[in-house]
Design a protein around this ligand. Structure first.
Ligand code: AMP
Ligand code: MG
Length: 419
């Protein structure tokens, strides 16, 4: 039976006493230290393994290439048997083609017709390219000197047999599938996909497609968060919506905890009268309210509900989106067996002006045009159109910064977050 790690301790998200506004990096370090993989190992066919996380190191069952072979169409011979200047060699009868080797031995001072990918026949270590040869039915002529082993590939020059080719924890790419196939794998040991539950909360929230009264808003977070989980390579689980009602929320979390590896809620995460997610987690779910020095974002409510981590995200779609990318994504990656993941950012000149205040990290909706980072016209965290407009985030450091056009800033494309 595959091993399944034990559930998390109830106090795993607790902050040290006296901690108030937590810097982003400190929050990330704590998540990194306290979470661990929760997924079992399974075997899947190679062709279905893209995007899955390797559960074991893959070593080469065979070398790539398995035999020395020719990299071009041409004529093969032993380099030691030819000299300099113009060279004419008699051709042996037959040829070597990819998958159809030449059975005999090529004597010294002779050459053989070879086609790309063919295993080098005995007696051949060097190949001259077609275009550098003149030939008739019985011999081939070319100009020396030739470099020994020219136009050939050594056995195992790409991967030696037994070498580690892909590490455990790797999220498999299409190129990895090519590599795994080449070194003899057909079924791969991967982790079960992390199942990520998504729950919306709030009396004012109704699902898209229903009749909304003027005071109601359509649920924007649930489709967004479900598709983010899907893009990250997890199994999204739609937990629906609950009103601001503690009993209903409790019942939904009970079902969800048994069904998923992690729960993302949105709304009701701060300390207001109708903030039932944080209230309930405080009551029974070992709430740790992390007041993170981050914009956009508010307290991130973290709890453990019957052994299942709950990320209580802010209700604001922009804040929910940002907190998911910055906090939930690396945490989920760790739980999924893929290890902690830092997005790759790029330093680019700003195409905007901003007086950034100290005391919190800021993420601006941004995109690159003409090699410069432009930001959305409004920083309002209710502006969903800005999320849709953006192609990445500009990350501004915790300290103050005076930004003018041309100032270097860090841009992280959404692709770097796996979106
Ligand atoms: P809350 O975190 O519950 O105080 O909500 C903050 C803001 O986000 C409020 O304006 C909510 O109406 C809004 N909000 C909460 N949940 C959603 C949702 N699922 N989709 C869109 N907006 C939401
Ligand atoms: Mg609310």
């Amino acid at each position: 039976m595959p091993l399944k790690p034990p559930p998390l301790r109830n106090d795993c998200f607790a902050l040290p006493p006296g901690v108030d506004w937590t810097p982003v990096d400190q929050a990330l370090t704590m998540l990194r230290e306290r979470l661990s993989p929760v997924v079992a190992q399974v075997t899947v066919p190679l062709a279905q393994s893209a995007g899955r996380v390797l559960a074991q190191d893959l070593t080469a069952h065979r070398a790539n290439p398995p035999l020395p072979n020719t990299a071009v169409d041409g004529y093969g011979f032993a380099a030691a048997s030819v000299g300099e200047g113009d060279i004419t060699l008699p051709l042996v009868t037959g040829r070597a083609a990819a998958g159809v080797p030449f059975a005999g031995t090529v004597p010294p001072g002779h050459a053989i017709r070879v086609l790309t990918g063919a295993a080098l026949p005995d007696g051949v270590d060097t190949v001259v390219l077609d275009e550098d040869c003149a030939t008739d039915a019985t011999s081939v002529a070319f100009r020396g000197p030739v470099k020994p082993r020219a136009n050939t590939r050594r056995a195992g020059e790409d991967v030696e047999e037994g070498a580690q080719a892909l590490p455990k924890g790797r999220t498999l790419t299409p190129a990895d599938l090519a590599l795994a196939a080449a070194i003899g794998w057909s079924n791969l040991p991967v982790y079960e996909k992390l199942s990520v539950g998504v729950l919306s909360t709030g009396d004012e929230v109704v699902p898209a497609g229903t009749q909304a009264t003027p005071g109601q808003i359509f649920d924007a977070n649930r489709p967004m968060l479900l598709s983010m989980a899907d893009r990250f390579g997890y199994t999204p689980v739609d937990l629906g919506h609950v009103p601001d009602d503690r009993a209903a929320l409790r019942a939904r979390l009970d079902t969800a905890a048994a069904q998923t590896d992690l729960i993302l809620t949105s709304g009701g995460a701060s300390a207001g009268d109708e903030d039932h997610v944080s209230a309930l987690l405080r009551e029974t779910g070992a709430l740790a309210e992390w007041r993170i020095a981050l914009k956009p974002g508010r307290p991130l409510a973290l709890g453990i509900w019957q052994g299942t981590p709950v990320f209580g995200l802010p209700g604001n779609p922009v804040a929910a989106f940002t907190c998911t990318l910055i906090f939930a994504r690396p945490a989920m990656s760790l739980m999924s067996g893929a290890g902690w993941q830092e997005p790759t950012g790029f330093t680019v000149p700003a195409d905007f002006t901003k007086n950034k205040k100290p005391g919190r990290r800021e993420y601006l909706r941004a995109r690159i045009r003409g090699g410069q980072a432009e930001v959305f016209k409004s920083e309002g965290s209710g502006r969903i159109s800005g999320l849709s407009w953006a192609e990445g985030l500009v990350e501004l450091p915790d300290g103050p910064q005076q930004i003018k056009p041309g100032t270097p800033v860090r841009y992280i494309p959404f692709g770097s977050f796996g979106l």
